[in-house]
Design a protein around this ligand. Sequence first.
Ligand code: ATP
Length: 224
Amino acid sequence: MSDTPSIAGPMRVGMLGGTFDPIHNGHLRSAVEVREVLGLNTLHMVPAPQPPLRDTPQVSAAQRLALLKAGIGDTPGLLADDRELQRDGPSYSVDTLAELRQQYGDDVPLVMVIGFDAFLRLAKWDRAEQLFELAHLVVIARPGYQSSWPSALKELVGNREVDSVDVLMQRTRGGMLMLELPSLMAISATYIRERLQAGKSVRYLLPEAVEQAIFYQGLYQSDE
Ligand code: ATP
């Protein structure tokens, strides 16, 4: 079985980091659509073992990575990337982008994709100002999240915002674009964890292979 064909045209690479606790259809549908809209050859989906700005998840990074792989399945262009599991200490996106920049070279547009909720906290990220020296930033709208930008964020973004993919891709880094993808999905991992703990159905919120793996391994269903 195959999905859409591979992307033609010049090389473009994306990175979507997250806790993926667990991966769900909000992540996956956004990943497919953002890859298509930006014309990315590969979108690296990178689970964070120790997200710096939140508690370390109960489910191990290895288990979350396994669920991510099950969720991606054979979807073209999406890659479950375990590089942050190979590093010690907190998972900083700037280090991941630096590795990707080294891997793909200086001439390739590299894009960090984040949801609007994560964007609102961006100024608090480690070495946030360096992100733009390594990559573009694409922010995707997320249902339920609408807010004015904190002033530190306005300062960080400055005049980097552009209004189209074409303009963004004229350079390899340093730009910022807000995107509203066609399929907005009001799904969060928090909602899925709450439902699993309450013994409620999560069918169609995440891929069936992920649901099966969660039940097979007994994940998220107790407080421990
Ligand atoms: P939690 O509910 O545990 O906070 P989450 O569902 O927000 O988790 P994360 O792993 O924290 O998932 O998200 C990874 C990235 O994907 C973030 O940039 C987040 O904004 C984005 N994202 C998550 N869910 C969606 C969604 N439904 N639509 C668009 N973007 C999303």
